[in-house]
Design a protein around this ligand. Structure first.
Ligand code: COA
Length: 633
């Protein structure tokens, strides 16, 4: 079983938030059928409908499970979070880089030499420690929802796991462990990776945290120590880039030796990892920087200069390619953004805090982590390196800045920017494939205690009606019809968003019903082995809005072999899209997707302009697309 140890003291804010609701069974069944009907063949839908109706019928299995789920809701702080964590992350056997860990990509930095780079790293570490101090003191201001249903306070629990979590690989399932609140006097250390070697950088000496100059001088020592080829160990970090079962097996082999156990214990208890990367030798374009953050460039570059189990890895490349890699199971991208922005503002926004020589202490050098290797472990490292290389070669990434308009233009149309972008993504997919597919958009449920996310199923029937009108070659649709369909699609998307952020979406609920059936040792209800259900959980389009207020962007890989990852960052006058797919799949191409996305966004703009959409009243919508909904309504 996955372990999730929780801190004893919860954020004060969590106490006052409501619990995630359990939606009514009938509502979920109706929504489920509506979500899938237009995505599957008629025959298959008929079967699915019959199965779902049987499941949801009065006195049916669904009612039994629903009752148990409601009991679980009463007994727990959050009925879905453990189920969701296992299903979304811990049971997933795929390698963390590309498949699971999102990254933040910082603007390219200009470093004249390695000293500049470690000066940057030293400031970054100070920024991280300052941010961590705010978290430890529970002094971060409580976040409030923006956009739809703005104004509600949000759960802060995810922040408290940023520097205290570690994801242990398991043979069948991983375990996310969150350290119990450490005493303030406990020594803290950061793991520094340099030339694939690992070093323990103690950040407290004589009960006092190191200042920026002291950190700088310790990093210089690390760089020197890493130079010595005689002391160099094999690249153990690459094992963490492997499939979770493979890494668990390798970890078992490592832990047979006490030296390795000691090194692992130091890694697992660090605050975060700082990776001092070698020059990549690549042109630092957005796309290149994104892929280098996602996988380090394989073993020939910085792919082994990582430890993927740790929640936060800050990367500082000697060539100025910098960012953050995040193990996703402990928190969401939005929390990652907050920390990344704080740290970048700290690094760039304030004058250097290099201390006077007199206040710099002479510190013992950081410790190099020692390992015991044998031919078996050597073989495992080589095999992990091969598999990482395959992932590196397979990733087809395209970072695309759409410059023709941004959120402001969309708001002027009295449309939700997020819903608009989602509909544009549907149009792009349809242009490529002449069909829509099961789509995932993450919706935050931090309005609730310990809330993580649920799914907005963006491939709505209304979106299908719109994209078919937009791509119809016989010109049967007048602009008035197209704009009507656009508004309908945006209304439907906005309605789903509001349902999701208020805990009324279907994915978490269906998962809860399935898990309860398992817990009761019941035979798996037919609805969950139905072809439609299985297909509806293959998210060929996996999307997420991750907005930033400082120049940087988030990206991630696809979640299925034949899919796209599409992360977007809407700004007032432009939208940044990070589209990923796999080269091995012949049906996908990030460059083609980006090309048609661009085309579609321009076509929608022209349609709005022609229709004078800004001037006309919004379509009759009782549910939100006309204006963003305020909280409490
Ligand atoms: N007319 C004019 N303006 C509108 C509008 C309309 N009809 N509808 C919305 N707007 C405005 C909003 O007021 C808001 O204004 P602001 O920029 O001043 O805050 C802005 O447009 C954005 O709103 P919208 O585009 O509707 O989206 P949102 O901000 O509510 O975001 C989600 C929707 C689903 C992305 C958001 O609720 C969410 O869950 N975010 C978290 C996603 C996540 O977890 N990502 C990380 C995963 S790892």
């Amino acid at each position: 079983m996955p372990i999730m140890e929780k801190e004893t003291s919860r954020g004060h804010d969590s106490q006052v938030l409501p619990k995630v609701p359990v939606p009514p069974l009938k509502q979920t069944m109706d929504t489920y059928l509506k979500c899938v009907q237009h995505l599957v063949k008629d025959e298959q839908f008929k079967k699915t409908k019959a199965v779902a109706e049987k499941f949801g019928a009065p006195g049916g299995v669904g009612e039994v499970l629903q009752k148990k789920l409601l009991e679980r809701r009463d007994k727990t702080t959050n009925w879905v979070c453990d189920y969701w964590l296992e299903d979304m992350y811990l049971n997933n056997r795929l390698a963390l880089p590309v498949n699971s860990s999102p990254v933040m990509v910082f603007p390219k930095q200009t470093f004249r030499d390695h000293k500049d780079a470690i000066r940057f790293a030293a400031r970054l570490i100070r920024g991280v420690l300052d941010y961590k101090a705010l978290i430890d003191a529970r002094a971060l201001p409580v976040d409030f929802a923006r956009g739809q249903l703005a104004g509600t306070p949000l759960c802060m629990e995810q922040y408290y796991r940023m520097f205290t979590s570690y994801r242990y690989p398991g043979l069948k399932t991983d375990a996310l462990k969150v350290q119990m609140k450490a005493t303030s006097s406990a020594p803290e250390h950061i793991l520094v990776a340099c030339k694939n070697q690992f070093f323990v950088l103690d950040v407290v000496a004589n009960s006092k945290q190191l200042n920026e100059t002291e950190i700088f001088s310790q990093l210089e020592k690390i760089m020197k120590m890493a130079e010595n080829p005689k002391e160099r160990d094999p690249p153990f970090g690459i094992l963490t880039s492997d499939g979770r079962t493979e890494w668990a097996q390798a970890r078992d082999a490592l832990t047979k030796d006490q030296t390795n156990r000691d090194s692992l214990a130091l890694i697992e208890s660090c605050v975060c990892v700082v990776c001092l990367d070698e020059h990549s030798g690549l042109e630092p374009r957005d796309t290149t920087r994104a892929v280098l953050m996602l996988h380090g460039g394989g073993r020939e570059k910085n792919g082994a200069n990582r430890w993927y189990d740790k929640s936060m890895q800050f990367v500082v490349g000697m060539d100025g390619i910098c960012g953050v890699v995040c193990e996703h199971s402990a928190f969401e991208g939005i929390v990652l953004v907050q920390c990344s922005e704080y740290v970048m503002k700290y690094v760039t926004g304030s004058p250097s805090k290099m201390a006077r020589a007199s206040s710099v202490r002479e510190l013992p050098p950081p410790r190099r982590l020692l390992w015991k290797c044998n031919p078996n472990i050597q073989g495992l490292i080589a095999a992990s390196g091969d598999r990482l290389q395959r992932l590196v070669d397979n990733l087809d990434m395209d970072v695309f800045k759409f410059k023709d308009y941004g959120k402001e233009f969309i708001k002027k149309q009295k449309m939700s920017p997020d819903a608009f972008i989602q509909v544009a993504l549907q149009l792009a997919f349809y242009k490529c494939n002449r069909r829509l597919v099961s789509t995932y958009e993450s919706a935050s449920i931090r309005r609730f205690q310990e809330g993580r996310v649920d799914n907005i199923r963006s491939a709505t029937p209304e979106a299908l009606a719109f994209v078919t009108a937009m791509t119809d070659e016989r010109a049967t649709f007048a602009d008035s019809e197209k704009i009507k369909r656009l508004r309908n699609a945006i209304n439907a998307q906005t309605d789903y968003t509001i349902a999701a952020i208020t805990g009324m979406a279907i994915d978490n609920h269906l998962l809860g019903l399935l898990k309860i059936a398992k817990e009761l040792n019941m035979e798996k209800p037919e609805i969950f082995s139905d072809e439609t259900y299985l297909a509806s959980n293959q998210f060929i389009l996996s999307t997420s809005q991750v907005p930033t207020t400082v120049e940087m962007f988030c990206c991630y890989g696809p979640v299925v072999p034949n899919g796209y990852g599409a992360c977007y960052n809407p700004q007032s006058d432009h939208i940044l899209f990070c589209v990923s797919s796999f080269w091995e799949n012949t049906e996908t191409s990030s460059a083609v997707f980006v090309k048609v996305l661009n085309e579609g966004l321009l076509e929608i703009r022209d349609l709005c302009n022609r229709s004078g959409a800004a001037a006309t009243k919004p379509a009759d919508s009782s549910q939100g697309a006309g204006q963003p909904r305020k909280s409490g309504k």
